[in-house]
Design a binder for this molecule. Structure first.
Ligand SMILES: [Fe+2]
Ligand SMILES: [Fe+2]
Length: 403
């Protein structure tokens, strides 16, 4: 089979990308297209690239019903720097493609002029041929001359196909103040961006340190292997929102981002494993099923993700039911978990509004909402939640300290 390999950051995926995929299939130069969102960029990018699982699941959503096209997670699973030559080798090694398959690296004509400076171009061409898109408005003669030059020095054959899509730049889309009316992106991408509150103006993760951003990116690769897509997207949403709250309320954005990203890291481990992990810090009883992943997660974050900061581990441990005296990091992770943008249960508007200005007021609102919803089911809230509610109220001088 002839397979087009189409890699990119897709930050965000837009109609220009779609026209490449459709154009390649329509040209009949390939039988199907494998779309590969980049994992870790090879070079330190000029800006912080959107966390890779967001980009991966965005492309999946955009191409859900696209025929002869598949989104490949190879760069999410490996998590190393995404050199094209390594990705091509891994595709064969992991049997994503067979040895009999012929690979074509899809590119725009601008890439022909940069190709010689890529990492190990000869080895790339030993794995795949170049398949170059000719877009209306480009200088076709120049592109063909450059292709002839590459053919001569590398002994390869460059193929071309025509596309009719208009030029769209991801950077232009990112900088839109209001992308909801943006015509350059597929509807599924617009929905995805809206649901996960991406490309917003305040871009909270810009406020974490470069070192922490690298750490978050690295952990995303491990989480990708260990969590379902839905839970990983939830964890990243909590991470972004917690960082926003950290900036708003003067907490440490690095600590909040890390604790938030990892808060559910143990949730999909087998129950027995979670019990054994939790038993390392909780003695004498086993927490209920809904709470178990919190202490288990604190231990797992330390042992598996190398987190040593006790404030971060505590925020993970107490994110489900709280504790009597909560740190600002605890409160931020707790609230971000309940209020992240993809949460659609109950009416969160009032609590979200409180969290704009007053962290403790938002905590009280949140506890009371949980108390009410538990009450309707004839259940009591957890003892630690009661204690936390009473403590915050007492601290604010409100009545009802007994919760
Ligand atoms: Fe949780
Ligand atoms: Fe959660």
């Amino acid at each position: 089979m002839r397979i087009g390999i189409y890699g990119g950051a897709f930050d965000p995926f837009h109609n220009g990308h779609l026209s490449m995929i459709r154009g390649a299939i329509k040209s009949k130069k390939v039988d199907r297209v494998l779309v590969i969102p980049t994992g870790m960029p090879c070079f330190k990018p000029a800006r912080k690239v959107t966390l890779s699982p967001y980009r991966f699941y965005m492309v999946k959503a955009a191409l859900k019903d696209e025929p002869k096209c598949e989104v490949c997670d190879i760069e999410q699973v490996f998590g190393e720097k995404s050199y094209t030559v390594e990705t091509l080798k891994n595709l064969r090694k992991e049997k994503v493609v067979s040895d009999k398959d012929e690979l074509f690296l899809m590119c725009g004509s601008d890439l022909l002029f940069e190709f010689e400076s890529w990492y190990l171009p000869e080895e790339i061409l030993a794995q795949a041929k170049l398949l170059c898109a000719l877009r209306p408005g480009i200088d076709e003669g120049q592109a063909r001359n450059q292709a002839a030059h590459l053919e001569e020095i590398f002994g390869t054959k460059v193929k071309f196909f025509q596309i009719d899509g208009v030029e769209v730049a991801s950077s232009a889309i990112r900088s839109r103040a209001d992308w909801s009316s943006e015509k350059g992106i597929p509807d599924a991408v617009r929905e995805f961006i809206k649901c996960h509150d991406l490309y917003c103006e305040d871009a909270p993760l810009l406020h974490v340190s470069d070192e922490m951003y690298q750490t978050l990116m690295k952990h995303c690769f491990t989480l990708f292997r260990e969590l379902s897509g839905k839970r990983l997207l939830h964890s990243m949403n909590v991470c972004v929102l917690a960082t926003r709250y950290a900036m708003r309320f003067g907490a440490d954005p690095d600590k909040c981002a890390l604790a938030a990203l990892l808060h559910d890291c143990a949730k999909e481990l087998p129950e027995k494993v979670q019990i054994d992990l939790a038993a390392k810090i909780i003695h004498g009883y086993i927490p209920g099923k809904q709470i178990l992943h919190s202490p288990a997660g604190a231990v797992y974050a330390r042992e598996h993700y190398g987190v040593e900061d006790q404030e971060v581990l505590d925020a993970i441990q107490f994110h489900t039911v709280g504790r009597e005296v909560m740190t600002i990091t605890d409160k931020i992770v707790y609230l971000a978990d309940k209020l992240e943008p993809a949460r659609d249960y109950d009416d969160l508007t009032e609590i979200r509004r409180c969290a704009e200005t007053d962290l403790d007021a938002a905590m009280i609102e949140c506890y009371l909402a949980i108390k009410e919803s538990f009450g309707k089911k004839g259940m009591e809230i957890h003892e630690d939640t009661k204690k936390s509610l009473a403590y915050i109220r007492a601290h604010r001088g409100e009545k009802g300290g007994e919760a």
